[in-house]
Ligand binder design. Structure first.
Ligand SMILES: Cc1cc2nc3c(=O)[nH]c(=O)nc-3n(C[C@H](O)[C@H](O)[C@H](O)COP(=O)(O)O)c2cc1C
Length: 510
């Protein structure tokens, strides 16, 4: 299902009883985080929150802040217009199975074809609501220090048309030691200067002043690769950041799509409607015509990098300042009735657990094509994405668990995984307690573990060097001949089915 704006999605959440409105003024500095963190820690992820009067330096912003909108399995499915993410994953898997690929490269090609099948290709349009208000930087209109009276957000006609600057958008300062305000759900559009291929990625944006920000694309990400080519060529790099629009945009921006595959194809496929794209005012990049906010600009390769951070990160710790490119704003455009979507990251579980979980489900068919023995994969919340991966497999030959570990460490962003635990097919990888039981019961630590080295998440503060570390894998499957186990593997305790059925009949439900 396609949403025409982020407000549309928020309204759908409201109708479904998935939204709490907060009508009192709440500060964008720390206070929204404290309220959202409590909500995100509720079982199942709590509700989405709409702060109707967020304040910036004590002044009420005309734009409400929506947060935790994707922070539950239900809301994640609603954002895709589905009953469950499994339903969407199964459909995508079936599309790809129509002609099973013989290699990973072919699987990726097939994914692209599968996405195309539903007319998911983005199309260019001439007008769009993201241009309701256009503020060119250095136009005298831009400088506004405070907003007039707060509007009634349910009545867009009361929303004033004052110009926006980065300093009066309701951008959060999330945690006490953060280096400033950060846009936490930014969709960043770049192009490969050699091939023209587009990329959409989510890289947080630190506000330095009204015209410059940080650009936190990490070393191994696609936009960083684009950036390196512009630095090598000495050419100015156009960049467009947009916020809001259809909730499938931020989801697609975080999805680990292979380099070269346009994330707007995925977004179009998931929302069952092509994404309408519109050209920016001050560069040639295109952004979704229904985005809530667009911040256009460039990176100057002759300019030195600048420290970005600290930032209270999804690792549960602050990431310390590191040098990143500086982004220069050339224009801000926005809808008249814009809603500002945000998230917070921190000690898990947080909203990003549900976003990452949906990605894993959607990409499971691709993993399975490369490794047909894989039954299921889970990234438990405690492992904050990359730290810990549980995989269940149908094992048929010796050392197969190790093949899976090496295979996963070599696949895209799975390279960041610190610990992989491989279990047998019957184990529910989404039940951490069940996995830990099999891990500890089925392993002889020295025999069943392996250490290796590889690239690590740049946010990992525990590695001795940034972006480089070690990995550990555990084979918690039942040992079979050829794996050095000379004894008899005992059966797992299980009750007779007939007895279970009898007791269920007698006492079931009591
Ligand atoms: C809420 C959230 C914030 C993120 N922030 C960043 C970030 O600041 N820098 C970064 O490199 N990746 C960040 N990521 C992860 C990337 O969005 C993710 O790795 C994505 O696949 C990158 O796209 P790419 O492969 O096209 O570069 C974030 C993910 C989420 C869910």
């Amino acid at each position: 299902m396609a949403f025409d704006s982020f407000r549309d999605f928020v309204n759908a959440l409201d109708k479904a009883g998935e939204l709490k409105r907060i009508s009192e003024p709440v500060a964008t500095e720390l206070e929204i985080t404290e309220i959202a963190d409590r909500e995100m820690k509720l079982p199942g992820g709590g509700k989405a929150l709409l702060f109707e009067k967020p304040t910036v330096n004590g002044v009420v912003s005309p734009f409400p802040v929506a947060i935790n909108t994707l922070g539950s399995h239900k809301r994640m499915a609603m954002s895709m217009g589905a009953e469950s993410v499994d339903e969407v994953a199964n459909e995508l898997g079936a599309l790809m199975k129509a002609k099973p690929p013989t290699s990973f490269k072919e699987a990726i090609k097939l994914l692209s074809l599968a996405l195309d099948l539903r007319h998911a290709k983005p199309k260019t349009v001439k007008s769009g609501s993201c241009k309701d208000m256009i503020h060119l930087v250095d136009s005298p209109k831009l400088r506004v220090d405070s907003w007039p009276a707060a509007p009634d957000w349910k009545n867009p006609s009361t929303i004033n048309s004052q110009p926006s600057t980065l300093l009066n958008l309701p951008i959060l300062k999330c945690w006490p030691l953060d280096g400033g305000r950060f846009i936490t759900l930014p969709c960043v559009v770049t192009r490969d200067p050699d091939t023209g291929e587009r990329n959409l990625g989510m890289y947080r944006i630190q506000i330095y002043d009204d015209k410059t920000t940080g650009m936190h694309w990490q070393l191994q990400k696609v936009a960083a690769r684009h950036g390196r080519r512009y630095y090598e060529k000495g050419e100015r790099m156009p960049v467009a950041i947009f916020i809001g629009g259809d909730p499938m945009f931020p989801f697609a921006a975080t999805a680990p799509m292979p380099d070269g595959l346009d994330e707007f194809l995925l977004a179009g496929y998931l929302r069952k409607k092509s994404v309408e794209m519109i050209k920016c005012e001050t560069n040639d990049l295109e952004v979704p015509a229904n985005a809530d906010f667009v911040i256009e600009g460039y990176i100057d390769p002759t300019e030195p990098l600048r420290d970005e951070g600290p930032f209270g990160d999804h690792t549960g710790y602050y990431t310390l300042p590191e040098p990143y490119p500086v982004f220069h704003v050339t224009a801000i455009t926005h809808r008249k009735d814009a809603v500002y979507p945000a998230t917070i990251v921190g000690i898990p579980p947080m909203e990003d657990f549900y976003i990452g979980g949906a990605s894993v489900k959607l990409f499971l068919p691709i993993f399975k094509m490369n490794f047909p023995e894989i039954v299921d994969i889970a990234l438990p919340a405690e492992g904050v994405f990359h730290n810990l991966v549980f995989v269940s497999i149908k094992k048929t030959y010796p050392m197969q668990a190790y093949k899976i570990m090496h295979g996963l460490w070599g696949m895209g962003q799975m390279m960041f995984t610190k610990y992989i635990v491989v279990v047998d097919a019957g184990v529910d990888v989404h039940n951490t307690s069940e996995v830990l039981f099999h891990l500890t019961a089925n392993t002889d630590p020295q025999r069943d573990s392996i250490f290796t080295k590889g690239p690590s998440d740049v946010l990992d503060h525990a590695t001795s060097e940034i972006a480089s570390g070690s990995k550990m894998g555990f084979d918690a499957t039942k040992k079979i001949p050829g794996e050095g186990f000379k004894r008899t593997w005992p059966p797992l305790i299980k009750m007779d089915e007939a007895v279970k059925a009898k007791v269920e009949k007698l006492f079931g439900g009591k």
